[in-house]
Design a protein around this ligand. Structure first.
Ligand code: XUL
Ligand code: CO
Length: 439
């Protein structure tokens, strides 16, 4: 049965097209810097937003009543139908990857064993659809935050039974991710954080979190799961103090607990801005620490202080994000996962398509701008000039670790002609970026 009969296959028509069901900038086969656009961007659909989110917010009911959900009130039947819709949806858009949480795809049973049985049944359907379409799993994950048992966290819960439950749940989620040939497995610390230190043993919680991640690494070895592990930083929401605050915090955590190298980062745009960083800052830090894994592509609203998970449409942002990705050598196991949901009032099926087209076009345009910037090396040339004093003389000695404070003092004490500071040229650079964006 076809569920999206009314929706045509989305094709590239170019920037002059007025067809809302067409790409204006995303031309998957077009070569940019010697690589196909689709290979640079590796777009992925987030199952939880596109198939599950229904528009519910703290003040209102669901607004998105999907015709295929209406057909099936039985939860397992509905879950199976959603898989069919998901793959039809990805085929229409030419999305070659998807990501999911265990609880997005199948309903929970009374016990974990029953839940796992449900999962296996749905994974059968997913596996068949993956075979039929060639669509791949970018990463899998476990939802360790929705169920009320996780009220105080999962691996950072003060209750050891909950830690155990979370371990068993991740064990299964890793198994199904392996079965579906997932390129990665993500840990987003949903409720791994706290509200008040008055009742929190932060050291034990963080140590336990690290123990949990080591168990995952051990289990991956045991079952031969070779996908990449990711941690997804986020500074707040749902807890006030999330342990994985931002790239810098996660990198320090990985180093402290001897997990560097085993884990890379899955960086999300809206999480970056909630941490009062830019996305390019977060990616640059990851790249500089050899830890860029994947990207959750979305955007927040700078006037709102929460995680709005909007589709990325801001070209300035997509251009600078793609610039950092290109500069970092591009994706290996990762990709651009649309961890983004349509607004509550965009409640039709068409809106889901329009939103993905908007996001894919914004990233395609961003890629082309970034590629041009990279080709011309404008920013890189400016950097080389700005830091040139470290290529010779005392600067070179500093970089090579040849001098200490004593030698620095000897060098500078009687020096009258200090090198002149040069302008940072911020506004000039910003206007050059605009030229690249507007063309
Ligand atoms: C929550 C979030 C998650 C993770 C996967 O803010 O981004 O959806 O991406 O658990
Ligand atoms: Co995310």
């Amino acid at each position: 049965m076809e569920f999206l009969k009314e929706i045509p296959k989305i094709k590239f028509e170019g920037s002059k097209s007025k067809n809302p069901f067409a790409f204006k900038y995303y031309n998957p086969e077009e070569k940019v810097l010697g690589k196909k656009m689709k290979e640079h961007l590796k777009f992925s659909m987030a199952y939880w937003h596109t198939l599950v989110a229904d528009g519910t917010d703290p003040f209102g009911d669901a607004t998105m009543e999907r015709p295929w959900d209406e057909l099936n009130k039985n939860p397992m039947k509905r879950a199976k139908t959603r898989v069919k819709v998901a793959f039809e949806f990805m085929e229409k858009l030419g999305l070659e990857y998807f990501c999911f949480h265990d609880r997005d795809i199948a309903p929970e049973g009374e016990t974990l064993a029953e839940t796992n049985k449900n999962l296996d049944e749905i994974v059968d359907v997913i596996e068949a659809e993956m075979k039929r379409t060639g669509i791949k799993l970018l990463w899998g994950t476990a939802n360790l935050f929705s169920n009320k048992r996780f009220v105080n966290g999962a691996s950072t819960s003060p209750n050891a039974d909950i830690f155990a439950f979370a371990g068993a749940q991740v064990k299964k989620a890793m198994e199904i991710t392996k079965r579906l040939n997932g390129a990665g497995y993500t840990f987003w610390g949903g409720r791994e954080g706290y509200e008040t230190l008055l009742n929190t043993d932060m050291k034990l919680e963080q140590d336990n979190f690290a123990r949990f991640l080591h168990m995952a690494v051990d289990y991956a070895k045991e079952i031969g799961f070779t996908g990449q592990f990711y941690i997804e930083p986020k500074p707040k929401e749902p807890t006030k103090h999330q342990y994985d605050f931002d790239s810098a915090t996660v990198l320090a955590f990985l180093r402290k607990y001897d997990l560097m190298g085993t884990f890379k980062l899955n960086i999300e745009t809206n999480h970056a801005t909630l941490a009062t960083h830019t996305m390019n800052h977060e990616i640059r830090l990851a790249v500089d620490n050899d830890a860029l894994g994947s990207v959750d592509a979305n955007q927040g609203d700078l006037l709102l202080g929460w995680d709005t998970d909007q589709f990325p449409t801001d070209i300035y942002n997509t251009a600078l994000t793609m610039y950092e990705i290109i500069r970092g050598g591009g994706f290996n196991t990762g990709g651009l996962n649309f961890d983004a949901k349509v607004r509550r009032s965009s409640f039709t099926v068409e809106d889901l398509i329009y939103a993905h087209i908007a996001g894919m076009d914004a990233y395609a345009a961003g890629l082309k701008i970034a590629a041009k910037l990279w080709e011309d090396q404008v920013l890189e040339d400016n950097l080389s000039k700005r830091y040139a004093s470290y290529n010779e003389g005392i600067g070179k000695d500093i970089v090579n670790g040849k001098v200490g404070f004593k030698e620095l003092a000897e060098y500078i004490n009687d020096k009258k002609d200090l090198q002149v500071n040069e302008s940072g040229r911020q506004e000039l650079l910003e206007s050059i970026i605009n030229q690249y964006i507007i063309g």
